[in-house]
Design a protein around this ligand. Structure first.
Ligand code: ADP
Ligand code: MG
Length: 315
């Protein structure tokens, strides 16, 4: 395939005319208005063995947890409340019953935490690899879902938590590093994200919070989605990126670049949002780390580093 991921998605997007009041391809979720003062949010995501996880390394409980979490995180990214999920698998013969039971236990624990029951799905066999597809339905009061397209010039760009821990955990996994307390904690951050549902809902109540999404591919990629959809540019101050003590320690120990992990790594599942300076000054109800500003023009200017950061790319 020569088309890039985003060119392919644009190609699909251009073929369908969606009703004016719907939101289709291009955000964390599709948004469909309802008659009763709510809007429905719908999102779907796939996890593929060898691409999103390594079967030899992953703990099945964590894989179940993460499969539900990454989808619920897209609902959180819009400021919605998850309502129900659907789970489909393609299962290779090599998978044991214990693996599947543990997977389902992790999936249920995360779902229960957000009151999001499983309502259906599909099960089929796979020749070789495990493939998991999850869809989550959510809702929010009409007009409150936060789009990627709503950033305004002058907005402060914020994230809801540390960046790069998950990417560092992935390095531990891929490099087969010995796991002491530090390494195990980073791996846990990779496999066991907690979607920021309450935080997203709290932010969606504030008129001064404009664009919002969850961070799945790293700021270098995800912030660009907000800029593309909002037709704006950004300045990001590298020195203000929130980095955990664990990340700093691991970078020191292994000679990794924390900025690259924070901006290119992805899978943080924190919220990325833009907020007016007035609303920001009033203190936001959730952890909010300012990392830059929305400006006019195109692209991202990284203040403090003379290079570009593109986030995680699938192709
Ligand atoms: P996220 O990382 O938030 O899950 P993605 O980058 O996966 O978002 O997708 C971006 C947008 O493209 C979403 O609106 C998604 O629904 C849409 N999209 C991705 N793949 C396809 C596809 N094969 N067909 C239609 N829409 C797609
Ligand atoms: Mg998303």
């Amino acid at each position: 395939m020569d088309l890039g991921e985003f060119a392919l998605i644009d190609c699909i997007r251009n073929q369908y005319k969606v009703p004016e009041e719907f939101l289709g391809i291009g955000d964390d979720c599709a948004v469909i208005p309802q008659r009763d003062g709510l809007e429905t949010l719908l999102t779907t995501d796939m996890l593929m063995e060898g691409v999103h996880f390594l079967l030899d390394d992953v703990n099945p409980y964590s894989l179940g947890w993460k499969s539900a979490a990454v989808n619920i995180s897209d609902i959180a990214g819009m400021g919605g409340k998850p309502v129900a999920s659907f789970l489909s698998f393609a299962l290779p013969k090599k998978l044991s019953d214990t693996f599947l039971k543990e997977f389902l236990r992790g999936y249920k624990d995360l779902s229960d935490r957000f009151d999001c029951p499983l309502l259906g799905g599909d099960t089929t066999s796979s020749l070789d690899r495990l493939c998991i597809s999850v869809s989550v339905l959510g809702n929010c009061p009409s007009g409150l879902s936060r789009k990627r397209s709503a950033a305004q010039e002058g907005d402060i760009i914020c994230v809801s938590g540390f960046l790069g821990d998950s990417a560092a955990g992935l390095q531990v996994i891929l490099k087969g590093l010995e796991r002491g307390e530090l390494e195990s904690e980073l791996v846990r951050r990779h496999y066991r994200p907690v979607p920021r549902v309450g935080e997203g809902i709290a932010l969606s109540m504030l008129p001064g919070v404009h664009a919002m999404m969850d961070i799945s591919d790293g700021i270098g990629s995800d912030l660009r989605h907000i800029l593309d959809e909002s037709h704006k540019a950004a300045e990001v101050d590298i020195a203000s990126l929130p980095l955990s003590e664990q990340l700093k320690e691991a970078c020191h120990k292994y000679g990794w670049d924390p900025v690259k992990l924070a901006l290119n790594g992805g899978e943080d599942y924190e919220l990325l949002f833009t907020v007016s300076p007035e609303a920001f000054a009033e203190a936001l109800p959730v952890p909010s780390y300012p990392i830059g500003r929305i400006v006019s023009g195109e692209g991202i200017r990284w203040i403090g580093r003379n290079e570009d950061f593109m986030g995680f790319r699938h192709f």
